[in-house]
Design a protein around this ligand. Structure first.
Ligand code: HDE
Length: 730
């Protein structure tokens, strides 16, 4: 950020990002394009505008004159402000940062940005949902896009991935059908950003190859707690190629430092209404606060000659390679340390393309990837208004680029000279000819001499074994969440036959899963035979060397820290403020962020007549905005909260969503009166109660013990195994 635009944006300078940015050539390049507001208006031609409130008219009460070119310019520009939103992944949030490799990968790839651990490569990363429009809510159940643009010294490299390692379909030919089925239905334009409708499940149930990805999409992976807490995957198998031309197959993984965490489904739906920008805000705020999101880049590498040894086809994008078979090697880190200056110019205009590769990274024949290689340039041409989208500041490489492509809409470059062709001898007075030499990008010379066919490989035919592997690898609560998600989605269908077809398919994944899903849906028992008799079903089984893959579960991931976790401290008149202080200090010291939430803004009065500042209200910041809740002591305060329906709802809802709750003194009684406290039995999972009487909490040791137990409970993210949450009305 230039000093000038720091001042203009009003954002405080960030010391650590400034240091990181010193090595960031992309930022310097972008600075040349950024402008700041000045207290003087001109037209787009530079003419000063004396009055920006009144149009030119015939007399003060007369008609507006067509002559008013200043009005016309302003309105015309406004009329054309919108561009087509992305056909998929329309809703996105992005940030700048850098990538740094841990050690040279020269043995496997000659990609320049993967050679030198000292080198920081600037990146721009855009996260997205897939199905909804640009204004849809962040927390809908959906796949998340995870697209990374590396501005390398050899050209831009785009790793355009998702947060789920497999895809719904195997062949690009089916992509428009898939997307049409999941987007809002064409006759009435509903629902927005949701897969819980007939057309999606109609398509999915008729295409058993979707089954593996459906399992992921029904898991908590599809309702992430934060964009900072999800994995990313390249999905397809790519190639690394080293300087000697040797190739390894490679799968890319992004592993978040904070672990992989999801929301409760009920919570995700409520957040969609209470704060539709929940993920965008979280990303923005954590970067503004200096809590830079971080991932490690992992690779699974398979030597060329081992292509056929895994038991399934590496080219099939509905399959993953279990980490237990081929370990993920962590080769570098990605840090996001700067928010964009302008949403439209950067987040909206950024144009990703899986075909933006650099020497040392190449494609495979995955038929989904091959189709993508066509689609992305094509879509940018209509979305960004022509073939010159690479000249937009956010898309421009940081290395020199030149060729004889010329002209077109919105051309920025002024190419000098007489020559726009090759070979030529006029440009520099001597012959210039591209010589077919060994430099630059060389496609891996894979041998291909087959007949043309329009047919899937039979090695793609098994659609259930890896879906089962995924299900088997989940913890007990994760399995329950998947069952509940299937039930919810299928219950929304208007055509029972689609529900039936879907559970028939699921019987090939796991009979019990299918039965449990079917139970409340008013349909017959799952019928595996009926599924097997339908078109598209193939009776073929791949061999998996593992039955379970613990790496596919989200349980127990993360570094155990509570950094950036949000804790609500509930207050009302009459609470005991002394009981709060040591616990608040300890959790803030551990990196969590506290907000005091009360019945009104301003302040409340504690039992000892102190004024406690209130940051937010029960209504404007409900429990779904937080990861944990602290209910303080104080008889009057607890009684006041018990009388306030919003406070009661707050506590019950946090409990239902399995969040860590800490309560001291009379707060314990409040929980007990709501039927969720420890009562005479042990406290429910994730509920921390002060073991010592309240008045001893001033004693630092006792307070510290409570605080540390609370921190440990928050670090577990959610207590999904908490008993009886279904009985809680929230
Ligand atoms: Fe995309 N995809 N996709 N996709 N995709 C687009 O390109 C497409 C697929 C992914 O933040 C579009 O610029 C086809 C898989 C991300 O700007 C479009 C096929 C994966 C983003 C397109 C796929 C992705 C897109 C829409 C099947 C995970 C957002 C706007 C053959 C590996 C990038 C655009 C951003 C965007 C086509 C399948 C990821 C239409 C034809 C598999 C993260 O070109």
């Amino acid at each position: 950020m230039t000093p000038q635009n720091k001042a203009a944006s009003g954002r405080r300078p960030k010391a650590s990002s400034a240091a990181a940015d010193a090595a960031n050539g992309k930022q310097e390049q972008l600075a040349g394009y950024t402008v700041d507001p000045v207290p003087q208006l001109t037209t787009n031609q530079g003419l000063q505008i004396p009055d920006n409130h009144n149009s030119l008219r015939a007399g003060v009460r007369g008609p507006t004159l067509l002559e008013d070119f200043i009005l016309r310019e302003k309105i015309t520009h406004f009329d054309h402000e919108r561009i087509p939103e992305r056909a998929v992944h329309a809703r996105g949030s992005a940030a700048h940062g850098y990538f740094q490799v841990y050690k040279s990968m020269s043995q496997f790839t000659c990609a320049d940005f993967l050679q030198d651990p000292q080198q920081k490569t600037p990146v721009f990363v855009r996260f997205s949902t897939v199905a909804g429009g640009a204004g849809s809510a962040d927390t809908v159940r959906d796949v998340r896009g995870f697209a990374v643009k590396f501005y390398t010294r050899e050209g831009n490299y785009d790793l355009v991935g998702n947060n789920i390692p497999v895809f719904f379909i195997q062949d690009a030919m089916k992509f428009p059908d898939l997307v049409h089925s999941v987007k809002m239905e064409p006759h009435h334009g509903m629902p927005q950003a949701a897969s819980a409708h007939d057309t999606f499940w109609d398509f999915a149930s008729l295409m058993p190859e979707t089954t593996h990805m459906l399992m992921w999409a029904m898991s908590d992976r599809a309702i992430p707690r934060s964009l900072r807490m999800m994995e990313g995957f390249g999905v397809h198998t790519f190639r690394f190629v080293n300087a000697s031309g040797e190739s390894h197959f490679v799968k890319f993984h992004w592993k978040p430092k904070l672990g992989i965490h999801g929301l409760a489904w009920d919570e995700a739906q409520k957040i969609a209404g209470k704060d539709a920008d929940f993920h965008r805000r979280d990303l923005w705020e954590s970067i503004e606060n200096g809590d830079f999101p971080e991932w490690e880049l992992g690779v699974q590498m398979i030597p060329q000659e081992k292509e056929h040894t895994l038991g399934f086809d590496l080219l099939d994008p509905t399959k993953l390679i279990p980490e237990e078979l081929v370990p993920v090697q962590k080769i570098g880190k990605l840090v996001l340390n700067r928010n964009p200056d302008n949403f439209f110019a950067e987040t909206e205009q950024v144009a990703f393309h899986p075909g933006h590769v650099v020497p040392g990274i190449d494609f495979t024949n995955d038929p989904l990837l091959q189709g993508r290689l066509f689609s992305y340039t094509d879509t940018q041409i209509s979305r960004l208004g022509g073939a010159n989208f690479h000249e937009l500041p956010i898309n421009k490489g940081v290395c020199p680029f030149h060729n004889f492509q010329r002209d077109g809409m919105h051309r920025q470059t002024i190419a000098r000279g007489q020559v726009a062709y090759e070979p030529n001898s006029l440009a520099s007075g001597q012959e210039f000819r591209v010589d077919g030499g060994s430099k630059g990008f060389q496609s891996f010379p894979e041998e291909i001499d087959p007949p043309k066919v329009r047919r899937r490989s039979p090695s793609f035919d098994d659609h259930f074994t890896q879906a089962r592997l995924f299900f088997n690898s989940q913890s007990a609560p994760e399995k329950e969440h998947i069952i509940a998600a299937f039930r919810f989605e299928l219950s929304k269908l208007e055509v029972p036959a689609i529900r039936q077809r879907m559970v028939d398919n699921l019987a090939h994944v796991d009979e019990k899963l299918a039965r449990r899903v079917a139970e409340p849906l008013g349909i017959g028992a799952p019928d595996a035979k009926a599924a097997a008799g339908r078109a598209g079903f193939r009776d073929f089984k791949i061999h998996m060397a593992v039955e379970e893959s613990p790496a596919l579960s989200m349980a127990g991931t993360g570094d155990g820290s509570v950094r950036t976790r949000k804790v609500a401290i509930l207050v009302a008149d009459g609470i005991d403020s002394a009981s709060l202080k040591p616990i608040r200090e300890a959790i803030e010291h551990a990196g969590a962020q506290c907000k005091v939430v009360g019945p009104r803004l301003g302040s409340v009065t504690s039992a000892s007549k102190r004024q406690i500042d209130v940051d937010a209200t029960f209504i404007n910041s409900p429990s779904v905005m937080f990861d944990a809740v602290l209910v303080p002591a104080g008889k009057e305060g607890a009684e006041a909260m018990a009388r306030n329906g919003d406070a009661v709802h707050f506590v019950l809802e946090a409990y239902k969503h399995c969040k860590a709750i800490c309560t001291v003194g009379e707060g314990v009684a409040l929980l007990a009166s709501l039927g969720i406290g420890p009562g005479t039995e042990a406290a429910p999972a994730g509920v921390v109660v002060a073991a010592t009487p309240v008045n001893n909490l001033g004693d630092n040791t006792a307070a510290q013990e409570v605080a540390q137990a609370f921190i440990a409970a928050i670090a577990r993210h959610r207590h999904w195994d908490r008993a009886n949450v279904d009985a809680v009305p929230a």
